[in-house]
Write a protein that binds this ligand. Structure first.
Ligand SMILES: Cc1cc2nc3c(=O)[nH]c(=O)nc-3n(C[C@H](O)[C@H](O)[C@H](O)COP(=O)(O)OP(=O)(O)OC[C@H]3O[C@@H](n4cnc5c(N)ncnc54)[C@H](O)[C@@H]3O)c2cc1C
Length: 325
């Protein structure tokens, strides 16, 4: 699964990447997909902007399934306001000295290295760079493994850097150009989250259809109630509309067309859809939908992060409104 094809497809070949995400999501474990997908978040900055040496040293072993990479952007003081990140990397001879912390980092407890956003320059978006920080660097620590509502199959960590000395050759891309690389990377991540939301909705729909055809109330199947049939019809319509929209955006991204507005719309549409569809699925299952025995309960929990991670719904709406006003 950690194949070169998967990752390079993500950089050029979004449709292939969607297929991989959809099929992995069929396992019913979005946490598994989140864990595996960290290579798709951490490697593109290296592959797109790194040196040949960095590609060999860092990307190659991850693609070979021998190492784990994580993307470290979010900090305890705030994830939405990326331009304000506070972890510093101060040049000292042929090293950067890194101090600060990151949080919510997927695969953070297991990663061999982090593609980390750090402040190398002044305040604001113009002072950010990407550094590859190996997790065996003295001064690095996993300060906490976070307990989450969903995505239990993936670890999420708070990380700490105390005078970590990182060689200057680990700088990925140009110094102080990291903000643009983060924004570029987000487009990719958002597409992956669309695919996850779409398949979450699809699975919740399929489970609900099966259950509604079997379960009886008042002497008839749930499908005998118009209210249930209409709920299922609406769920099916939303899932299909969202999937088609995502596919269109992916095709346009592959064609090199700017889709910053559209991918933000697609993420909000897909996650609103999956919020509604997983909610309705649990409703159709009644009390059983609230138990660990049925997939819809897990889908409902795992789904909650999709409208938060990779840029919240509110941040997506900010992007969209700036582009249409
Ligand atoms: C399970 C999980 C895995 C994650 N994995 C990673 C990872 O691998 N790497 C990584 O770097 N990050 C990761 N994240 C972090 C994720 O991207 C952030 O949680 C997200 O960007 C939101 O940041 P925040 O949590 O700090 O919320 P905040 O930025 O504090 O936002 C709080 C609330 O304020 C709202 N808000 C903020 N700014 C605005 C605004 N301008 N207008 C309107 N509303 C606003 C938000 O929408 C939100 O509702 C992960 C998070 C989780 C929970």
């Amino acid at each position: 699964m950690n194949s070169p094809a998967t990752c390079s497809a993500n950089i050029k070949g979004k449709k292939n990447n969607i297929v991989v995400t959809e099929e992995l999501m069929r396992s019913g474990s979005a946490g598994l997909v989140a864990g595996i997908s960290t290579l798709d978040l951490a490697l593109p900055p290296i592959i797109n902007h790194g040196t040949l040496e960095q590609k060999k040293r860092f990307a190659k072993p991850v693609l070979a399934g021998k190492k784990i990479a994580a993307l470290a952007v979010t900090e305890p003081s705030g994830g939405s306001d990326v331009a304000n990140l506070k972890t510093t990397a101060v040049r000292d001879g042929d090293h950067y000295v890194v101090n600060g912390s990151k949080t919510f980092i997927t695969s953070g407890t297991k990663a061999d290295f982090l593609t980390a956003a750090v402040r190398t320059g002044g305040d604001g978006y113009g002072g950010i760079s990407f550094l590859v920080i190996e997790t065996d660097t003295p001064g690095f620590a996993v300060s906490k493994k976070l307990l989450k509502t969903g995505w239990w199959a993936s670890d999420t960590a708070e990380l700490f850097f105390d005078d970590c000395r990182v060689p200057v050759e680990n700088l990925t891309g140009e110094e102080n150009q990291g903000f643009y690389m983060i924004m570029e990377n987000f487009q990719n991540e958002r597409l992956g989250l669309c695919a996850m939301a779409n398949m979450t909705g699809q699975l919740a729909l399929e489970e609900s259809l099966k259950y509604a055809k079997e379960r009886e109330a008042f002497g008839k199947k749930l499908t005998g109630f118009q209210v249930t049939r209409h709920k299922l019809a609406e769920m099916a319509t939303l899932v299909e509309a969202s999937r088609e929209f995502t596919y269109r955006v992916a095709a346009r991204m592959d064609a090199g067309i700017n889709q910053i507005k559209e991918i933000s719309m697609a993420k909000n549409f897909a996650t609103k859809m999956s919020n509604k569809v997983t909610f309705d699925a649990v409703q159709i299952f009644g009390g059983y939908g609230f138990t660990r025995e049925y997939l819809v309960e897990r889908l409902y929990r795992d789904n909650r992060i999709l409208s938060i991670g990779g840029g919240t719904s509110e941040v997506m709406n900010e992007i969209i409104s700036k582009m249409i006003l």
